[in-house]
Design a protein around this ligand. Structure first.
Ligand code: NAI
Length: 329
């Protein structure tokens, strides 16, 4: 057996953690011949609950799970030690009456130390996926405190939005979700994000040709995808967890496997000015990879409608960055 892949997960005893860890341990991402080691990180008061999760991991007897290490958030470097991948799930959820700016600052207090500990302790080529919201700006804060880790190795998760959008298009067109591809999310993981239906395809046909109801595409489709998180909270009384964990696994697969022909994947990456998007913000864009090095897909043109939507989301990201400027390293 080869050397274990070490994956650190923060917020491991939370609801996304509970839907994520067992699939990570099962070999789903790295295959049946690749052992994985989980480094699980929680707040001190949640360590007992985390102990219960570890017992359940033991009780699954996954042949691919080489071992589990736990650490509390007062010992972050122990938690991130030698990690090849870090999934930052833990964060403080927005409470009633809390302004987005307050939320950004509270989480900034988490993601600065997270970035510094990753910088100090993780493996040389560590790759980081930030799930905890507001994920784009949390990722920006952590990255700014980790100068050793290349900027290309930081991702904030918008894959759940991509999956939601694909599913809506498939249902509208009456096709299987596997028939929809090249669907990218632009911007922030927030209600401003833009699912780019113009460049998506259904069985190879551009979506605006495959779905003639353009009012639906520009109206109900967008709002359904943008408001999906809120709709799930309303229906379930809790935020999306299984689908978020699934998207986190999809992101890990996206960045470690060659992108299939004709497909793209979405994640927020650190802009270097692609598509005129301001350098240095974590913005979701269409990506492709050979499994090692990713690239932004170039040459997509946007009409006025799409351009305005993307710009609004980029403007929101800029304003989030300005709000946390004093928390950046
Ligand atoms: P949860 O509240 O069930 O679990 C979060 C866990 O993180 C808790 O167990 C908590 O103790 C832990 N935690 C908090 N601060 C921590 C720290 N500094 N270090 C280590 N652990 C810490 O929340 P859930 O449902 O698992 O969601 C986690 C995050 O993911 C939330 O911020 C949520 O908004 C976000 N999310 C992001 C999505 C995306 O598409 N990017 C989709 C759905 C959720």
């Amino acid at each position: 057996m080869s050397k274990p892949v070490r994956i650190a997960v923060t917020g491991a005893a939370g609801q996304i953690g509970y839907a994520l860890l067992f699939r990570l341990a099962s070999g789903e991402v790295f295959g049946p011949d690749q052992p994985v080691h989980l480094n699980l990180i929680e707040l001190p008061h949640a360590m007992d609950a985390l102990g219960g999760v570890v017992m359940e991991l033991d009780d699954c007897a996954f042949p691919t799970l080489e071992g589990v290490t736990t650490a509390d958030s007062d010992h972050l470097e122990d938690g991130f030690r030698d990690a090849d991948y870090v999934m930052c799930v833990g964060s403080v959820p927005r409470k009633q009456g809390m302004e987005r700016a307050d939320l950004l600052k509270v989480n900034g207090g988490i993601f600065g130390p997270t970035g510094r500990a990753i910088d100090a302790a993780a493996a040389e080529n560590v790759k980081v996926i930030v799930v905890g919201n507001p994920c784009n700006t949390n990722c920006l804060i952590a990255m700014s405190h980790a100068p050793r880790v290349p900027r290309e190795n930081w991702f904030a998760m918008t894959r759940l939005d991509q999956n939601r959008a694909k599913s809506q298009l498939a249902q509208k067109a009456g096709v299987g979700v596997g028939d929809v591809n090249s669907l990218a999310i632009w911007g922030n993981h927030s209600p401003t994000m833009y699912p780019d239906f113009d460049h998506a395809r259904i069985k190879g046909t551009p979506v605006p040709q495959a779905i003639s109801d353009h009012d639906w595409l520009k109206g109900e489709f967008l709002t359904t995808v943008q408001q999906r998180g809120a709709a799930i909270i309303k229906a379930r009384g809790a935020s999306s967890a299984a689908s978020a964990a699934n998207a986190a696994l999809d992101t890990l697969k996206d960045i470690t496997r060659p992108t299939p022909e004709g497909e793209v994947f979405s994640a927020a990456i650190c802009s270097t000015g692609q598509y005129g998007i301001e350098e240095g913000i974590m913005c979701s864009m269409p990506l492709r990879t050979d499994g090692t090095t990713w690239q932004v897909v170039e040459g997509w043109e946007h009409d006025e409608f799409a351009q305005a939507k993307i710009q609004a989301s980029v403007d929101e990201l800029k304003s989030e960055r300005d709000t946390v400027r004093d928390l950046l390293g």
